[in-house]
Design a protein around this ligand. Structure first.
Ligand code: GDP
Length: 451
């Protein structure tokens, strides 16, 4: 699911790589591509419109974080917006103060409600709850049996109207509203702390079905009404979700069949269109193919950025704002980049954690594996030792470091003189690069890293 959307977004961002700053035209071109990618993935038009408007506005107006380059900044904005349309924060089940907690499932026939009932009950049981399933889907001939099978697999009891007498050919009789109400009473009597009520769907939106769902809702007064939607149904998802939202006023969404290979964008629209959060994802036919839906992780997966966002976060957290500002001011004042600055930058990098680990978190790191193997983190230690062996005057004015000074510094830091030469050479390149960046007005990056 979402593979082609992921690919499209990734190639959009690739175009931003290496840009020092983004012009309005760059932003517009990027936003256009994002719009196309979302529409092609079946995301609802209204959602796409709002999404791209936000991205554009933020990309043009937001202060660029010191730790990010403009391309990364756009990725971060798109990520934030994806999280937002998916419902923001992870939303957990609201448990009733006075058990049992009543969870009602609603959705079209075939959406995956009965399967979900089994999954949810198994998961709740694993969390230490004592759930019971209630078979109030009396529409589909074998729905009750199917729920009983799922209950058995999950090790969870099932309350059904005529236990054991249904067959695939015999329509179950009885009133679903009564069954649902009796089911909750049974749960209370038997001290089950969670009741999951499975209800009937139809193949399409149907007034009678909606009335029945609304009646069950009124009868059992659920703590949660979960709307289950098949993520593969395409653009219809939005209309269906809207109809259920008006008909039963659900409290949360469950995306089922996320294991499929449909474009999935419609499912991404449901939370945004209804204003209700996605709470769970169903990802297969087995009872364990079930997960709590985390909008942030899903956005991450869609952006297929490896762990780049954790990387960005880590960088933002450890980036010393004072230090970055000090650097920026130095450039503004056209001051020289000294060995002290060089060392300070190395220390910034160290604070951001192990370089190798960071680099492997970057997308495309596979291609850099050879370079990563060659990268020696002790390099930073050596640089530090060498710079520490210099006098303050030498650090500020490296030009004075002649042959005998180099020999003294090498002795003092326990390295060969060629390493001191190498460092001074890299420093010279970094200094040049910093000068160039200062003229371009950019915030300094991290020059001078040995490859
Ligand atoms: P209900 O009519 O809403 O109760 O839907 P069911 O629970 O009976 O599911 C309909 C069909 O979809 C069944 O064949 C399920 O095995 C299948 N199904 C349910 N959830 C998933 C899922 O997450 N992934 C896949 N691949 N199939 C699912």
């Amino acid at each position: 699911m979402f593979n082609s959307l992921s690919d499209r977004l990734a190639s959009t961002f690739k175009n931003l790589r290496g840009k020092g700053r983004l012009s309005e035209a760059d932003v517009d071109a990027t936003v256009r591509e994002i719009r196309r990618a979302l529409l092609d993935a079946d995301v609802a038009v209204s959602v796409v419109r709002e999404f791209t408007a936000h991205v554009r506005e933020r990309a043009l107006s937001e202060e660029v974080s010191a730790a990010l380059n403009p391309g990364q900044q756009v990725v971060k904005i798109v990520n934030d917006e994806l999280v937002r349309i998916l419902g923001g924060e992870t939303r957990r089940i609201r448990l009733a103060k006075n058990p049992p907690t009543v969870i009602m499932l609603a959705g079209l026939q075939g959406a995956g409600k009965t399967t979900l009932a089994g999954k949810l009950s198994k998961w709740l049981k694993g969390q230490g709850h004592s759930p019971i399933l209630v078979a109030a889907d009396l529409q589909r001939p074998n729905a009750v049996t199917q729920l009983q099978v799922n209950g058995q697999r999950a090790g969870v009891p099932v309350f059904a109207p005529h236990p054991g007498v249904q067959s695939d050919f015999e329509e179950v009789t009885g009133d679903p509203v009564t069954v649902a109400r009796d089911g909750v009473a049974e749960a209370r009597a038997k001290l089950h702390d969670v009741v999951i009520v499975d209800t009937a769907g139809r193949l399409g939106i149907d007034a009678e079905m909606m009335q029945q769902a609304a009646d069950i809702r009124a009868a059992v007064n659920p703590d949660e009404v979960l709307f289950v939607i098949d993520a593969m149904i395409g653009q219809d998802a939005v209309n269906t979700a809207q109809a259920f939202n008006e008909g039963v006023d659900f409290t949360g969404v469950v995306l089922s069949k996320l294991d499929g290979d449909a474009r999935g964008g419609a499912a991404l629209s449901v939370a945004s269109v209804t204003g209700k959060p996605v709470m769970f994802a169903s990802t297969g036919e087995s009872l364990d193919d079930f997960e709590i839906f985390h909008p942030d992780r899903m956005a991450n997966r869609i952006l297929d950025m490896g762990d780049i966002l954790s990387l960005i976060e880590q960088a933002e957290k450890s980036w010393d704002k004072g230090e970055a500002e000090r650097m920026a001011k130095k450039f503004a004042d056209q001051e020289d980049f000294t060995l002290e600055d060089f060392l300070a930058q190395m220390q910034q990098i160290r604070k951001m954690g192990s370089m190798k680990k960071m680099l492997t978190m970057m997308p495309g790191a596979a291609g850099m594996r050879q370079q990563l193997e060659n990268f020696d983190e002790r390099e930073i230690d050596r640089v530090e030792a060498i710079v520490r062996s210099m006098t303050p005057h030498e650090r500020l004015a490296p030009k004075i470091i002649n042959g005998s000074r180099r020999a003294r510094i090498a002795r003092g830091s326990g390295v060969h003189v060629s390493e001191v030469n190498g460092l001074l050479e890299r420093f010279g390149q970094a200094q040049k690069m910093m000068k160039k960046m200062a003229q371009g007005g950019g915030i300094p990056g991290m020059p001078g890293m040995a490859g």
